[in-house]
Ligand binder design. Sequence first.
Ligand SMILES: Cc1ncc(COP(=O)(O)O)c(C=O)c1O
Length: 377
Amino acid sequence: MNLFNVYPLYDIEIVRAEGATLWDSKGETYTDLYGGHAVISIGHTHPYYVQKVTEQLNKLGFYSNSVKMPIQYELAEKLGELSGKKDYTLFLANSGAEANENALKLASFTNGRKKVIAFKGSFHGRTSLAVAATDNPSIVAPVNATDNVIFLPYNDVAALEATFAKQGNEISSVILEGIQGVGGINVASDEFLKKIRSLCDQYGAYYIADSVQCGYGRSGKFFAHDHAGVQADIYTMAKGMGNGFPVAGIAISPKFEAKYGSLGTTFGGNPLACAAAIAVLDVIAKDKLIDYAGTLGSEIMAELRTIKGVKEVRGKGLMIGIEYEYPIEDLRKKLLFTHRMFTGNASNKNVIRLLPALNIEKELLYKLVEVLKKEAV
Ligand SMILES: Cc1ncc(COP(=O)(O)O)c(C=O)c1O
């Protein structure tokens, strides 16, 4: 059997990793400035993480969600503590798309409405409603297409107000990333997020904060939406949550009532995923990685702004977009094949995305700045 060929692949085989260093099968080393797509939050093969997951595997690898699992309560407790959402409840899932799918469903179950507001430049995943709320028609299959999703321009307060004024009573939820990732690192303004909060309250809609990429401390706050001082109704999480172990979750405000059977999954909340997620939270808390990411990110963004050919540097913490005056495809290839640095791209062809582990060494980011200065045209 061959693999279904949907990923354009680099001819590189990564066989080992430690911290922000990757080794390929030929023994070459690379610096991971992309965190395997915002997934590696505490560094590859972190010893505490490896220990916690290994210990759990030796105790209990899996049982179904029909029995009590103390490790799920421990995860919920620690997540509530570190995120500051102590009174929220946690539903565990397996991927970002699934988290968003469940959030959109929960909102709709609760207010009985069908319409969802999403934004231009969004990415919410590839399952049915998550992909319908994603601004990329090429990945929406005919079976997923729906007129229940209304796309508005991101950060456009007037368009939001006008839509609510026209059909506010039909809107079930508003879903958005606090910082758009795939869209090219676009930061939601505080004014915009506050307006979403107040319009949702006014019209009985729910505010879903897709924090799959911009969450888990990456922005210098636990959720990027926290920068605006607003509380969303549901926060969705995945990527950095398990440092590579597939785990996702939604943090649900006390407004929502749980009903047996309304949400569910076989694998969500399995003990291994919980052990991985707890290890991540423990390391983030102990090493104060949220503050570290916030401070280091600001410092590096200032440096990146001095590079020739750079039009704009956007982001918060260690979620950084470097927009060049020209397409960056060749530059990214040079970074990878000449300087051995993994970086990310975006739907905006001029943007390099940086999504390193939250504990990346400062020197590695300064090395990138030096390389980008050398390659500037
Ligand atoms: C903001 C955002 N939401 C949702 C997803 C989907 O996550 P997953 O690929 O785990 O389904 C992604 C993935 O890139 C994302 O960036």
